[in-house]
Structure formats: structure tokens, C-alpha cells
Design a protein. Structure first.
Length: 343
């Protein structure tokens, strides 16, 4: 296999030459230190932006240019989805000679901005689940090569053209269509979707599910739960609402596998037989889904393939020539239905 050669990184000397200042002045400007005028600082920052220069607290320029570090931003490492994803990122980073820094960015547009900026100053590229507004993404990450995972389309549309971003999204339609068709084939007709309300944008799940149900002549029913710290609680709350309805569902498609586990628990507590009375489908394909009772039918995401797509995108951005624009890459992954005992 042909060895890929990373594009030459801009050095502090090149920034100093372009700005017409000393290396010491560049260091002061990049670290917001006193002793230089606002005009000089502006000239240095503009030169650094043009060259896509990124200083590192690890002193990579004093060691070896080939050392590269990747930042991974996730919401909650206690959530098996993010821990499984992080494990795959760690494997592929190590295999390709990248060091990895993992950061938790808890939900909320104002959470973690300071920590994200610190991360951006330590790494060469970032793969991120980041529920930030488009202006905040630009202010936090600047010209750093960035691949956004499963980000709201309206956020991507609002990003500044001055900072091209790449995105890897999940196309929900193929998997949801498989799940609904499987449930209908099993005699289910009252199929409810559990959705989570987030402040950053409208739910894609809701729209895709509703359209697919209408196309099949079925009445959609969405149980929307406010975002919580614990997705297990989402599933339990959804079941409480569903069973209090005049015509309870005979199948539930949960927001994710964790909320599906919560739904299974609440159904058992209430004496509802799964799958006889109510079938349950999760979304994610977590490994633990094969060890709950009953084993969970789920829409599985191939984590290894998903991470490979993200890594290929971010390294393509990193290797882009410094004198040209960053590539803007859009890719999509899809789920695969895995049928187990809960349907």
C-alpha cells in the first residue's frame, strides 16, 4: 500500500515572515500576551489564519514534524455509544500514527466552549459531536480541519464559507424503513417513535418516521421527551406516556439503544409482555443489546466503517495544501436492521 505523505505544516518562522515580525512577537500574539500593539497582533493572527498555522503546547516544532494529534469530542463517555465510537477512533488513530485526545462536551450550546478552545490549540485536527451554533463552531475551531458528526443540517448550512467544514451524517431512512416494514410484517400497526427534543434543531427522526408511516398508510405517533442526562429514563418516560394513551402502541421504535433498554425495563415493571404485546426496536447496535432480556432488535451502525469515513475525511483536510482552501466533504452512513428477540 502506498504510504501517504502529510502536507508540510506552516511553521512559526513562515508566519513571522509573512507578518513582518519576529518569532517572539508571533508567540505573544498567538498566546494573547501583553507587549504588542493591537494592530501588530491583528496582522500576526491574519498571517496565521492564511497559513493555517496552529501552535502546539507540546512543542512539536522542536521535536518532529511527523507527530500528529487528533481531537475527538463526544457528549458522554459513560454512554456506550460514545465509548464504542471512541474505541474505534483510538484504534484507527494508533494504526495511522496519530495520537488521540478525547474530550467530553456535555449537551448545551454554552457548555464546554472554553475547554473546546483549549483542545483546538493542542491538536492538528478534530472529529466532533458538537451541538454548537455555526458562529460558535467558527470561533472555537477557527481554520482547524474539522469533521462534524451527525450535526443538524441547518447548522451545516449556516457555517461560514471562510472555514470549510466536513460532515459525516447518518441517513436514517433506509434503517427506519427496514424496521417499520419488519414490524408491519409481524402484524404491528400501532408503531410509535420515541424522540428526544434538543434545543439546537428539529428532529430528523421525527420527519423521516412520519413520512415513512404515511407512505405505508399508517398513522404516525411520536412520543417526544425533553432531553435528559440519562437516556434510560427517556425510554421509561416514553412507556409511561404510551401506556396511558387510549390506544397503546403494539411496537415502539426507541430513540437509541439506551432508551430502548429503559423501555424494556418499564414494560417489564408494568407487566407488558415483549414482544407479544409490544415489540421494541433500538437504534445504534450497541454490543450490550445482545445481552439484555429479551435481546434487542436494533438498527446497527457499523462503528468501524463510520469512524473510517470520518478519519479519511479529516486526514484529507489535514493533508490539503496550505496555499489552497480546505476541502469540504459530505458523507453519509446508514443503519442495518439486526433482528433479535424483542420483535
Amino acid at each position: 500500500m502506498e504510504k501517504r505523505v502529510a502536507a508540510k505544516r506552516a511553521s512559526i518562522i513562515e508566519v513571522a515572515e509573512l507578518a513582518g515580525v519576529s518569532r517572539q512577537t508571533v508567540t505573544r500574539a498567538m498566546n494573547d500576551m501583553p507587549g504588542i500593539s493591537a494592530e501588530t497582533k491583528k496582522r500576526v493572527l491574519e498571517a496565521a489564519e492564511k497559513l493555517r498555522y496552529r501552535p502546539s503546547r507540546f512543542g512539536r516544532e522542536l521535536v518532529q514534524q511527523s507527530t500528529r494529534s487528533l481531537g475527538l469530542v463526544v457528549s458522554d463517555l459513560a454512554n456506550p455509544y460514545f465509548s464504542e465510537l471512541a474505541s474505534e477512533v483510538a484504534k484507527i488513530s494508533a494504526a495511522n500514527g496519530w495520537s488521540l485526545i478525547v474530550m467530553e462536551k456535555h449537551p448545551g450550546p454554552e457548555a464546554g466552549k472554553r475547554e473546546l478552545r483549549a483542545l483546538a490549540g493542542q491538536v492538528d485536527a478534530v472529529i466532533a459531536y458538537a451541538d454548537l451554533t455555526a458562529p460558535d463552531i467558527d470561533s472555537v475551531f477557527g481554520s482547524l480541519p474539522l469533521v462534524l458528526l451527525d450535526t443538524f443540517e441547518q447548522t451545516l448550512d449556516a457555517l461560514s464559507p471562510a472555514h470549510p467544514r466536513s460532515a459525516l451524517s447518518i441517513d436514517l431512512e433506509p434503517g427506519l424503513a427496514q424496521a417499520i416494514d419488519h414490524l408491519v410484517a409481524g402484524g404491528r400497526s400501532r408503531i410509535s417513535l420515541v424522540d428526544i427534543a434538543y434545543p439546537m434543531g428539529k428532529s430528523v427522526r421525527n420527519a423521516v418516521y412520519t413520512r415513512l408511516m404515511h407512505e405505508r398508510g399508517l398513522e404516525p405517533h411520536v412520543i417526544t421527551i425533553e432531553s435528559k442526562d440519562d437516556d434510560l429514563s427517556v425510554g421509561r418516560c416514553a412507556v409511561e406516556i404510551a401506556l396511558d394513551a387510549p390506544d397503546p402502541p403494539d411496537a415502539i421504535i426507541a430513540f437509541n439503544d439506551l432508551s430502548a433498554f429503559g423501555a424494556l425495563k418499564e414494560l417489564k415493571v408494568r407487566g407488558v409482555s415483549v414482544p407479544d404485546t409490544c415489540a421494541v426496536v433500538g437504534i445504534d447496535g450497541l454490543k450490550i443489546g445482545a445481552f439484555v432480556e429479551p435481546e434487542l432488535t436494533t438498527l446497527r451502525l457499523d462503528f468501524a466503517a463510520f469512524v473510517q469515513m470520518a478519519f479519511d475525511s479529516v486526514t484529507q483536510m489535514y493533508n490539503a495544501p496550505a496555499d489552497g482552501p480546505l476541502p469540504q466533504i459530505r458523507k453519509y452512513a446508514a443503519h442495518e436492521l439486526v433482528i433479535r428477540k424483542s420483535t
